[in-house]
Design a protein around this ligand. Sequence first.
Ligand code: AMP
Length: 424
Amino acid sequence: MALTSRPRGTNDIIPGEIELWLELEEKIRSVCKAYGYQELRTPLFEHTELFQRGIGDATDIVEKEMYTFMDRGERSITLRPEGTAPLVRAYIENNLGSGALPVKLFYYGPMFRYERPQAGRYRQFTQFGCEALGSADPLLDVETIALPLALYESCGLSGFEVEINSIGCPTCRAAYREKLIEFFTPHRDDLCKSCQGRLERNPMRLLDCKVESCHVVMRDAPEITEYLCTDCSEHFEGVLTYLDAFKIPYTLNSRLVRGFDYYTRTVFEVVSSELGSQNAIGAGGRYDGLIEEVGGKPTPAVGYAVGVERLLLALKGQNKLQLSPTGPNCYVAHFGGATKLKAAQIVQALRARGLWMELDYGDRSMKAQMKAANRLNSQFVLVIGEDEMANNRAVVRNMENGQEEPVSLEDMEQLTKIVGAWAK
Ligand code: AMP
């Protein structure tokens, strides 16, 4: 393994790209503010049991995708594979549910899953998630969908589609579970190894399997929507009513079950026409049992997670990622010695006023410095020579239109005004 290659499935975000991330993060914060969601930051690792209990033992993530290790104190630790279970843990531990409900929170940061890397699927990836805890109102399910859609739209993304389903509550699922076992058992030999293993433990997971032979079997499987209890049916109808009221187009997908055991009732996924096989740019659902499962009071909740890398890929596919080129406000060129000292003082003074200032760190020729200013895309250049030093006066040159303006080397306010006014 070369020391110069990063671990498989990870990415560096380098200058030139990071600006897009920062812009997106700003949009996330702005849309969360409008919907009243506050940021919560949790550790990058948690006790393994939180995910085993929270996400469910018989899920792909817990069975084979977690980065789990023993720490030096012999505790089993896992790098977080998702953000909801940690958020719920933090909600309970910090007693965040003691005030007015619902509590609306968002998180943003890296998640870790040992998956087979490919375009749009990584071992370290970034999720933005919004979660509303403390209300079973179907309006919140729809708000949790509307928020990321507002984000996609504010980025200029088009061509995405909402798929939605209800997977009921433990009551209606018990009957459905039996029906599924009854249906799949005669086909056991046609199922993949994982599905065979899960048939009795967690038959709903089979609906989520991506293996072709399982897909064929699944075609005639019973649909959960026929088994929903009255409460779950009414809730789902409420969700669809609000989706219509918000004019959010959706497709009903009775096979959508999602990869976590904690979901109840509503589940949804947003897919982009821009991406290949990894086309989900976000997904979520209601998890009315999770807070109690983790040790809190019974509390209904609903949430959504956006895959940030995939959103950026989809935006790239639609050429929605053009940023205007940036550069320093001013490059201060000098002739070394005392002129360099003066240049450094000016740079220091204007940086303190918030401007992006650059200068030559070696003692390169004036020609080389001009080349550097151009390469950096500097908006202004100020040249400090012996004469300028002696008179305390110089000219600042606008690199866009070639105009020059005389300035005093003692009047930092004047310089700030001139080179700051052009900030792109
Ligand atoms: P999930 O937490 O599995 O419901 O995923 C929510 C969203 O996160 C997905 O719709 C993807 O956009 C994104 N996502 C999930 N897993 C990965 C991964 N391994 N690499 C990149 N993005 C991912």
